[in-house]
Ligand binder design. Sequence first.
Ligand code: EPU
Length: 305
Amino acid sequence: MRVGGSVRWLLEPTSPDELRGAYLAALESGLPIRFLGGGANIVAADGTWNGVVISSAQMRRIFRPLPGTSDTEGMDAGDADFRMAMPEPAYDPRLIAWAGCTLPALVRTTKGLGYSGLEGLMGVPGHVGGGIAMNAGGSWGDIWDHIEFVRLLNPEGEFVDVPRAAAHPTYRNGNLNGGLVVGAVWKLEPAPKLVVEARIREYLLHKQKVQPVTQWSAGCVFKNPDPERSEGRSAGKLVDDVGLKGFAIGDAQVSPLHGNFIVNLGKASASQVFELMDQVQDRVAQATGVELEFEVKRWLAQSQQ
Ligand code: EPU
């Protein structure tokens, strides 16, 4: 969204072991800690935040199981062994990605290999870690659909593997119980590359038509409400029905294209974005009785918390 201020400490580990080291050091500092993935779904307050931000942006690696071995090189993260028994690699459409791998990079890899299942993530500008934590998705499904297991760093600083069957992701929430995503293994469906490519193109074209993809935003601001409370209307439709598309505070504007996006027209501040979000939430509640819940993560200043 290109608003917001700075942070006292920014740590950028490049591997799972460094991530663990950064987390333990941050714990020892006694300062508050925040985790940053791609930042695509975060609006951070103006000013300087006196804490530690640990970013996974440098943990971008993506791997395939090595042919002819039982080793999944790359998921081998220090003490915790990230190995699996590998069947025939040619029939094993698995991918391993670390938390900082971008979602478009992950999808491009599936396109190159002819693996289907993640095409709808192509237009999502975030990273694997944030995508899993938030359960990124859309009408096509979500990021957890084809996951085999996720490796987490738990609040005690230990690596823990969570198989899909033991996880309970819900709408826009990975429900990770305070765990930090280190990486994940997906098991995808083999498919002709041209088919995968065509599906990706279809999702992107649709997205470009209905969302302000070329403007600075943090994606959808609100979660879609329970259809029973909103008469089946999505958050964007409710904002639209209340007549708030185009409404602006400074350079922060409700997108004229899609009511659930706030865009930065150039020089918006985080406080203007927060103010606009609050006003939209209030006005929708007054007009429709529906209390919209934030989907974006608001990183408030210490004084606002
Ligand atoms: N609509 C309006 N006016 C608007 C916006 C939407 O009438 O201003 C109507 C649309 O015509 C459509 C309905 O509302 O009938 C739903 O809109 P859309 O298809 O754009 O989907 P959405 O529910 O708003 C969800 C996700 C998006 C994801 C899309 C596509 C949420 C909050 N949003 O949007 O995710 O890209 O589906 O799959 O779940 C995000 O999470 O940041 C995000 C953008």
